[in-house]
Structure formats: C-alpha cells, structure tokens
Design a protein around this ligand. Structure first.
Ligand SMILES: C[S@@+](CC[C@H](N)C(=O)[O-])C[C@H]1O[C@@H](n2cnc3c(N)ncnc32)[C@H](O)[C@@H]1O
Length: 272
C-alpha cells in the first residue's frame, strides 16, 4: 500500500497541491500563475497565449480565439480575463467568439454521440445572465451545423489562432470542425486546439470509433492540406498534467504564411 509520504512525493500530487495553493492565495504575478499552470483554466490560458504569440510572430495585429460549446459561460468569462492580460503582454488585439445553441445538448443523432452518457438539454445557458457578464466575447447562437457555415461572412473575424471544442457530440463536432475549411485569410497557418471529450472515465470510454476522436479521424481522412495532430510537445514535457492529453495542433499546409519563419534566429551549435 502507498504511504502518505510516497503519495505526497509523487510529482502529480505535489504539483496539484502547489498549483491549488498558488491559485487560492493569488501568490505571485499573473505571469507566474500562468507559467506554473496555476490559473483556474490553464488550458484556456495556453490557447489564448499561443494564438497571440503566433499572431505576433507572423506580424498579425489581431487574432481570434473560439470556444465551441459555451454552456453557462464560466469558461468564456475566464477566457476573457486571460485575453485582457495577454493583450497587454504581447500587444496583439484578441477577439473571442463563443458558439452554442443556448438550449443545451440536442438529441443524440446516433450511437456515435454517446447516448449512454449524454441527455438532451444538459448544460443549457442563461443567456441574459451570461451577456451581462461578458465584456468582449461575442456569442454565436444557434446550431453549429448552421452557425459554423455563416460565421466568417457574418462576423468578419480576425484570423483564428486557437479553438476549444467542447460540444460533447460527434455530430456537433463534425459540423464545427468545418470552420477549419475557411479561407486562409480567416485562419493562422497553425493553431493550438483543445478537445474536451477525448479522455473521460470508465463511463464515457472515449475511443477512436465514436465521439470526438472519431470526428478528428474523419477530418484528417477527408482533408489533405489541412490536418489535426496531437500536440506531442506538451505530452512529452509533462505527461502527468491531464489537459496536455487534450491538446492538438492544426496545420493549414495551403496557407500562404505556413512556411514563414517564426523560430529563433540563431540556432548555431558551438563546437566546444
Ligand atoms: C459541456 S457543455 C460546454 C461547457 C463549457 N465549454 C465550459 O467549459 O463551461 C457542451 C455545450 O455544447 C453545446 N452544443 C452541443 N451540440 C451543439 C450544437 N450542435 N450546436 C450548438 N451547441 C451545441 C450545448 O448547448 C452545451 O452547452
């Protein structure tokens, strides 16, 4: 049996306790809390930061970050807070869009939407309350099957630099992923992407043949020049942090800026 000291000394637990204490006490600067993963939603902070950083490196003055699946709006409100700080840090203007029906989950289309785990109406939104709390985010209300198609024409957004997909269903995610087919002027050439429903527990048993993982597989099957890939770097630097396993990267190989140099200028390795 594992003892208390051993348990405390496991990297995962001590990191969790450290982050919890930093978050609860508000210890250190915002940047320190961001860099140690101690913010309430470190995954969202990472999305906003990476989107703004790549925009800056590419010389784009504005960038968009999207949340598909807003529910009550706790995540969107948190995303706004991060955008405010990151805008100051990097000097890139950040637009935020939140897509939702406002009615909660629709009826599952078939077994691929995991009806053994989800019910229609889960996670409905109090739109008036959410609107009263939002400062910059714009809500895109309606079924993603319709709103994804008309989004760029209706909102003329800054290039999209990061997306959180949290729609729970295979059918809704397939529809939302079509945003990645947009004209290159609405996209950064690469993005960081968060998929909420890819790990789960023994109840969901997320797998490659249903749900969001199937939607990702089908997107890659159907597109040659636009692809989704697991974000291997995060999983390598810290496999114990759960949300690292939820991160993908998007690549638009047909984007005119795909090859624009954004890395370190001096990569010479000195001969000792
Ligand atoms: C789990 S909740 C999102 C939670 C939110 N991201 C958060 O972290 O607080 C899933 C949301 O997806 C929305 N949704 C699912 N399928 C949809 C569809 N086809 N069109 C629009 N919204 C949809 C539901 O209304 C629900 O609010």
């Amino acid at each position: 049996m594992i003892g208390f000291t051993e348990l405390f000394n496991t990297p995962a637990l001590s990191k969790k306790i450290f982050r919890y204490l930093v978050r609860k006490t508000g210890f250190g600067s915002w940047r320190f809390r961001f860099e140690t993963g101690s913010l309430a939603r470190p995954n969202y902070a990472y999305l906003v930061y990476q989107a703004a950083l790549l925009a800056k490196r590419l010389g784009e003055p504005r960038v968009s970050v999207i949340e598909f699946g807003v529910a009550g709006g706790a995540g969107l409100v948190e995303m706004e807070r991060y955008a405010e700080k990151i805008e100051q840090m990097l000097g890139v203007k950040i637009e935020i869009y939140g897509f939702d029906s406002a009615e909660g989950l629709p009826a599952p289309a078939d077994y691929r939407d995991l009806p053994y785990h989800w019910k229609p109406g889960f996670f409905h939104m109090d739109m008036a309350l959410l609107r009263s709390k939002l400062k910059r985010a714009q809500l895109v209300i309606g079924d993603t099957r319709d709103t994804t198609q008309s989004f760029t024409e209706q909102f003329n957004p800054a290039p999209i630099g990061a997306i959180s997909f949290d729609l729970d269903f295979h059918s809704s995610t397939v529809a939302a992923l079509r945003i990645l087919e947009a004209d290159h002027k609405y996209l950064l050439p690469r993005m960081v992407i968060y998929f909420d429903d890819v790990v789960g527990t023994e109840i969901e048993l997320y797998n490659d043949f249903t749900g969001v993982r199937l939607a990702i597989h089908e997107f890659n099957r159907d597109h040659v020049k636009r692809r989704l890939s697991p974000l291997y770097y995060l999983r390598a630097i810290d496999p114990m942090t759960l949300w690292h396993h939820f991160m993908w990267s998007f690549h638009a190989f047909d984007h005119p800026k795909y090859g624009q140099f954004v890395s370190k200028e001096n990569q010479q390795i000195p001969l000792q």
